[in-house]
Design a protein around this ligand. Structure first.
Ligand SMILES: Cc1cc2nc3c(=O)[nH]c(=O)nc-3n(C[C@H](O)[C@H](O)[C@H](O)COP(=O)(O)OP(=O)(O)OC[C@H]3O[C@@H](n4cnc5c(N)ncnc54)[C@H](O)[C@@H]3O)c2cc1C
Length: 482
């Protein structure tokens, strides 16, 4: 079939019958829902950009599996150049959506499964790699969007999956049949799953022998009758219903997460990629996390570009752009943003080839990248808020601009410098508002903190790769310590 057009993608999701709930209501039509559609628009953007000749080099790649052009979001990275183009594409798309565009998990999950299934088969003579490759060929051929379910509810975090009061707090196998398995549980925070054709699940952490039922990775169609999606209700999302376009800041694009419940979902054998090999659970999730932490070095700088641009624009609109401290703040924001980018690029550039043949991101640099991402966007938002001034949180609505009684007052008293209209000034401020504290902050801030793992997870990995004994040897040699 080749690359899908955005219209084909929209209709393919519309045709799927799923159990989706939002604010207590079952939603039959997710595609045209005002709160859900901006999230879908991000995915649509990835389909549209892949059709644009000017973006073809970054947005598409030649698949070694099906020997056709595929969307890079569902590409297996077979060269170091692929790893570089991955982050370059991510910055490009982030600059266009101004928020998390939600499709990166397909390539991050796909690449981690490609190498891990190969290694499990090498050790146990299983057929997971064949299963994965056959399924992923379909993903590429039909240009499907696949979301990734990793984060279990976890209940009591001090206890392992098998020690939880309720066994369903980690996704697990409840029945084994000759033709497949039945799974129960839930995955939380699932980005854009309402816009996905399929989901692949994998364990959220390392597992010990005895937890075989929890060592499960598989692909499941989103319209499986056993799956229920309960959409999140996050800050400012109802503005998409109650407010007008100007008040949204970024009216076209948005994000959606959800609780995804698996209630006795049957998975046939050919869709299973890990089933009981506990020692590979940690390897798989660690690889996913490494690819995904590298991704943040592409997407967040792209989003940061939009925020820096909005602040620069606003400073011109209010006549502060020549002030030394404002220029300094814009430089500082750029420095932080480019540092994130440097780590994204570096972790791609230092990548290496896996036994399966695909290329892996450098894990140390990916963890450094992500740890910076848990901090720098917050500092960038701090600086943005200082540049913006108090109107950031005290702006009247578009409806007040349209009211004949209040509109003339607002246009007079909120006007900008050098004839800049009050509306343009408020539009720049609304964009900053949505990215720093509104619906966009879900992706730019909290996702930066916890997505791909909370900061403590990155520190564990940095400690693992820190090679302190190697560094001690350097010190001992110079200090002449025998
Ligand atoms: C916007 C957004 C989008 C996301 N998208 C996806 C997605 O598409 N797919 C997906 O699978 N996941 C997704 N995630 C989930 C993300 O990976 C998790 O949020 C992250 O792994 C942290 O898990 P948690 O939210 O359960 O936090 P918690 O586990 O509740 O952590 C809270 C705090 O407790 C600490 N903590 C947790 N466990 C322990 C422990 N055993 N010992 C000591 N300290 C502990 C953590 O370090 C953290 O500081 C997303 C998250 C966000 C915010």
């Amino acid at each position: 079939m080749g690359l899908m057009t955005s219209e084909q993608y929209i209709e393919s999701i519309r045709a799927m019958k799923r159990n989706v709930y939002f604010m207590g209501q079952k939603i039959e039509n997710t595609v045209d829902h005002p709160v859900l559609r901006p999230s879908m628009n991000c995915i649509i953007e990835t389909y549209e950009m892949a059709q644009m000749p000017e973006f073809e080099d970054l947005m598409t790649a030649e698949s070694h599996l099906i020997h056709e052009k595929v969307n890079r979001f569902s590409h297996i990275d077979m060269t170091k150049e692929d790893l570089m183009k991955k982050v370059q594409m991510q910055r490009l798309v982030g600059r266009r959506t101004g928020m998390c565009y939600q499709r990166c998990v397909t390539m991050d999950g796909g690449n981690s499964l490609y190498s891990t299934t190969y290694e499990i088969d090498q050790k146990y003579g299983t057929h997971y790699h064949e299963n994965f490759v056959n399924w992923f060929k379909r993903v590429q051929k039909e240009d499907l969007y696949v979301c990734v379910g990793i984060t279990d509810p976890k209940g009591d975090r001090s206890k392992s999956p098998v020690d939880q009061a309720d066994p369903d707090l980690f996704l697990h196998v409840v029945e084994r049949r000759p033709d497949g398995v039945v799974i129960n549980g839930a995955k939380l925070h699932l980005t854009s799953c309402v816009n996905a054709h399929e989901i692949f699940v994998m364990p959220t952490m390392s597992l010990k022998p005895g937890a075989e039922d929890y060592a499960i990775s598989a692909a499941i169609p989103m319209d499986d009758p056993g799956i229920t999606l309960i959409i999140d209700h996050n800050s400012c999302d109802l503005r998409k219903i109650h407010s007008k376009e100007m008040d949204l800041g970024n009216a076209k694009y948005g994000g959606i997460e959800a609780v995804c419940v698996f209630d006795h979902v049957f998975v046939p054998n050919e869709r299973i990629f890990l089933n009981g090999e506990t020692e590979f659970a940690g390897i798989l999730v660690d690889r996913f996390a490494t690819y995904h932490r590298n991704s943040y070095g592409g997407c967040k700088p792209g989003t940061g570009d939009v925020l820096i641009g909005a602040c620069s624009l606003l400073s011109e609109y209010i006549g502060t752009n020549k002030a030394a401290h404002i220029k300094d703040k814009l430089v500082e924001m750029t420095h932080l943003n480019e540092t994130l980018w440097a780590c994204g690029v570096a972790s791609s550039a230092a990548g290496y080839q896996m036994p399966a043949g695909n290329w892996m991101i450098d894990p140390m640099l990916a963890n450094i990248c992500k740890l910076n991402v848990t901090r720098f966007p917050y500092e960038i938002c701090h600086l943005a808020e200082e540049i913006a001034g108090g109107l950031l949180v005290t702006m009247p609505s578009q409806a007040d601009f349209e009211n004949p009684e209040t509109g003339p007052y607002l246009r007079k008293f909120l006007q900008g410098a050098n004839g800049v209209s009050a509306e343009d000034k408020v539009r720049a401020l609304r964009l900053i508002e949505t990215m720093t504290r509104g619906a966009g902050a879900v992706g730019y801030l909290t996702e930066s903190m916890h997505g791909a793992g909370s900061p403590a997870a990155q520190k564990i990995n940095i400690a693992r790769y820190a090679d302190l004994s190697g560094k001690q040897e350097c010190a001992k040699r110079l200090a002449n310590i025998k």
